[in-house]
Design a protein around this ligand. Structure first.
Ligand code: HMH
Length: 218
């Protein structure tokens, strides 16, 4: 089996990948200059995103149960779903801490565009390999971004440490590695057209993540 293709895709798309994982918004959290109104905008929109992300992850779980020969795929994805339950509770607590009314949030263009991709990926016609590759990409961008804000020389404001730990912590990193291995294993056996679709989804997600950060940054 070839060495994982996903690390190669990251290298081949280095520019876009860096824009997604080292975005000025994240760097402003890291250097302590973040504008809290940007953070609040991100919080509102990401709550909407996560509400749409849950059914997507559920669809990946269904596909894993039908298409994966490896039992551990389902267990890892199920662990991700369980974490999302906690994440939704966290968003609600965090919103009340910042006086943000989640029930009144209007989706911005970048959120709508991202949720439209999730809808396509939820479709039963989207194969498991593409769906699980997309799942990994979505989680890994956040993991890499927020882990920057936890580095020892970072000046992340205390108020934002919880958010950064949520996606930047080592356990979340290990979970993303597990997702990468699942996706790589399926990509290694996938026919060329499926690989192409998965690669397109990967690149599109990087762009949608950049647009999402841009929206928060204002
Ligand atoms: C936009 N991408 C976006 N929001 C998230 N919560 C994640 C990725 C990670 O779950």
């Amino acid at each position: 089996m070839e060495k994982g293709v996903l690390k190669r895709w990251i290298k081949e798309n280095d520019g876009l990948h860096s824009q997604a994982t080292r975005h000025p918004f994240i760097l402003s959290i890291r250097d302590g200059t973040v504008d809290f109104s940007s953070y609040k905008r991100w919080l509102e929109q990401d709550y909407l995103f996560v509400r749409n992300f849950v059914p997507f992850v559920a669809s990946v779980l269904v596909k894993a149960s039908r298409e994966s020969e490896n039992d551990s795929d389902m267990e890892i994805i199920l662990g991700g779903m369980a974490a999302l339950n906690d994440e939704i509770l966290w968003f609600k607590k965090e919103a009340s801490k910042w006086n943000v009314q989640l029930s009144h949030v209007v989706p911005q263009h970048a959120t709508e565009a991202y949720c439209r991709l999730l809808e396509i990926l939820i479709n039963p016609e989207t194969d498991y390999t593409t769906a699980v590759t997309a799942f990994w990409a979505i989680e890994a961008v956040y993991q890499q971004s927020f882990s920057l804000c936890l580095e020892s020389d970072s000046k992340t404001p205390a108020e934002l440490m919880q958010a950064c730990r949520r996606w930047g912590n080592d356990d979340f990193g290990t979970y993303c590695e597990s997702l990468r291995r699942i996706a790589d294993r399926h990509l290694a056996h996938a026919p060329e057209d499926v690989r192409k679709k998965a690669e397109e989804a990967f690149k599109l997600i990087l762009q949608l993540e950049v647009d999402f950060w841009n929206m928060s940054f204002g």
